[in-house]
Write a protein of this length. Structure first.
Ligand SMILES: *Cc1c(COP(=O)(O)O)cnc(C)c1O
Length: 400
C-alpha cells in the first residue's frame, strides 16, 4: 500500500516549486506564488480521477471524515453507524462533532454487514459510514438502499482503498461523500493530508468553508471575506499538497504494481484447502493493497500470522489483537476515557452494554490474516513470498 516507497524526482520537483515561491499556504498571496496552486491542482486531479464534480483537500484523513460529516450537517446527538473493524479515526471524527458513534458488526467482506446496519438504525441515526478496509469495499448497493429507505447520508471512508471501484464507480464516489487519507502509510501520501470527494455542490461548498474557519472564499482579500457559518482549521499546506499532487499522478502506476503482486500471492493460496479469501462484493474491484484471507479457526489464524512473520513474510497482520483497528482493544471508547466531560447522550448510547456484543464480527476477525502488498518488491521477492506463504500455511493446515 505505501506510496512512501516511491518518493522521488516528481515529488521533489513539485515541492521545489513551493519552496521557490515561498508561499506555503494554499490561499491568498496571488502575486507572490508565481502561478503555483498545489492544493487546487491536487483537488482538480483528484476530482478528475474519481469522476466526481468536486474534491476538497484537508490536513488529514481524520480531518476529511470530520469535515465530510460537518458538511452534511451532522452534529451534536446525531448517531453515525460505523464498523467494528476500522481505524480509531472513524469514531474520533464522530465524537469531535459531538455526534454519537454506533459500532455495528462486520461480515465476511470485513466491512459493515448490511443487516446489522438496518438493525442499529434509530430515530437519531443520520449517517452510515462504511470503511473500505484493507483494499476492498463494503456491499455499497445494499447500504445505499438502506440509506435511501431511511433517508440517511452514506459516507464512504475509502482511506485504505483509494483507486478501487464498485459498480464501475471509483470508491468514495458511490455514496453521498467519500474520504481519503494521504498519511505516510497510505497508497498515495502527502506526509499528512486528506481528501473529500462529492457530487453534491452544497456539501462541497460547506467543506471548502468549514475547513478554513468558515471563510466564504469570495474575492481576493482574505481579511474582507465573510463567514456565513462556523468553521475550524483543517487546511492542508501547499508543501503537503505538492507531494500529493505528484503522487496522485502516479496512483494508477502504483495500483498496477499492487495488482500484479497481489495476484502472484493470491495464486499461491488458491491451492490450499482450508484457506478462504475475504469476500469482495459483486461488482467490486479492490485496490489490492492487502491480501486478506480466513483460516479455519482463531487458533490457526494466530499461529499463521506468527509463523509467516517468523519465516520472513513480514507485514502480515492479525487485526483481531490490534490496538488501533479492532473494537476488542477500544476500552478508551467503550468506557469513554475522555480528558474532558462527555455529553449525556453520548454516554447513554456508548456505555450501553447491550450494544457491545460483536460475536458476529469476532467470528470473522478472529480468523483473518492480512498481508500488506508492497510496491518496491522485486519479482524474485514476490515469487519467494508466494512460495513461503504457501509452505507455511500448508504446514499449519496439515498439522491441524
Ligand atoms: C488512515 C485512516 C484514517 C485516518 O487518516 P489520517 O490521515 O491518518 O488521519 C481514517 N480511516 C481509515 C480507515 C484509515 O486507514
Amino acid at each position: 500500500m505505501p506510496g512512501f516507497e516511491f518518493f522521488g524526482a516528481l515529488e521533489r520537483a513539485e515541492v521545489q516549486d513551493v519552496l521557490d515561491s515561498g508561499v506555503l499556504m494554499r490561499y491568498g498571496f496571488d502575486g507572490m506564488r508565481q502561478g503555483h496552486w498545489k492544493a487546487k491542482e491536487l483537488e482538480q486531479a483528484l476530482a478528475k480521477r474519481m469522476q466526481t464534480s468536486f474534491a476538497h483537500t484537508v490536513s488529514s484523513g481524520t480531518a476529511a471524515l470530520t469535515v465530510a460529516m460537518a458538511s452534511a450537517g451532522i452534529g451534536a446527538g446525531d448517531e453515525v453507524i460505523l464498523p467494528t473493524f476500522t481505524f480509531v479515526a472513524s469514531f474520533e471524527a464522530v465524537l469531535s462533532l459531538g455526534a454519537i458513534p454506533v459500532l455495528v458488526d462486520i461480515d465476511d467482506t470485513l466491512t459493515l454487514a448490511p443487516e446489522a446496519v438496518e438493525k442499529a438504525i434509530t430515530k437519531r441515526t443520520r449517517a452510515v459510514m462504511p470503511v473500505h478496509m484493507c483494499g476492498s469495499m463494503a456491499d455499497l448497493k445494499a447500504l445505499k438502499a438502506i440509506c435511501t429507505k431511511h433517508q440517511l447520508i452514506l459516507i464512504e471512508d475509502a482511506c485504505q482503498a483509494i483507486g478501487g471501484s464498485y459498480d464501475g464507480k471509483p470508491l468514495g464516489s458511490y455514496g453521498d461523500i467519500g474520504c481519503f487519507s494521504f498519511d505516510f502509510v497510505k497508497t498515495i501520501t502527502c506526509g499528512e493530508g486528506g481528501g473529500i470527494i462529492t457530487n453534491n455542490k452544497d456539501f462541497y461548498t460547506h467543506a471548502d468553508h468549514y475547513s478554513d474557519h468558515g471563510h466564504d472564499h469570495v474575492g481576493t482579500d482574505r481579511g474582507a471575506e465573510k463567514h456565513p457559518f462556523l468553521g475550524y482549521n483543517y487546511r492542508i499546506s501547499e508543501l503537503h499538497a505538492a507531494v500529493g499532487l505528484a503522487q496522485v499522478k502516479r496512483l494508477d502506476d502504483f495500483l498496477a504494481i499492487q495488482k500484479r503482486h497481489y495476484h502472484i500471492l493470491e495464486a499461491s493460496l488458491k491451492k490450499l484447502e482450508g484457506i478462504t479469501l475475504r469476500r469482495v462484493p459483486d461488482g467490486g474491484v479492490q485496490n489490492y493493497s492487502f491480501l486478506n484471507f480466513f483460516l479455519p479457526t482463531e487458533t490457526l489464524a494466530r499461529k499463521a500470522q506468527k509463523e509467516l512473520v517468523g519465516a520472513g513474510v513480514d507485514a502480515c497482520f492479525y487485526w483481531f489483537d490490534n490496538n488501533w483497528h479492532y473494537h476488542t482493544k477500544w476500552d478508551h471508547l467503550k468506557e469513554l476515557h475522555s480528558l474532558g466531560p462527555v455529553s449525556e447522550e453520548i454516554k447513554k448510547r456508548v456505555l450501553n452494554e447491550e450494544t457491545q456484543n460483536f460475536t458476529a464480527s469476532d467470528h470473522w476477525m478472529g480468523r483473518t490474516v492480512s498481508c500488506l502488498i508492497k510496491l518496491s518488491w522485486s519479482e524474485e521477492e514476490v515469487a519467494h513470498r508466494a512460495t513461503t506463504l504457501h509452505r507455511v500455511l500448508d504446514t499449519i493446515l496439515t498439522e491441524a
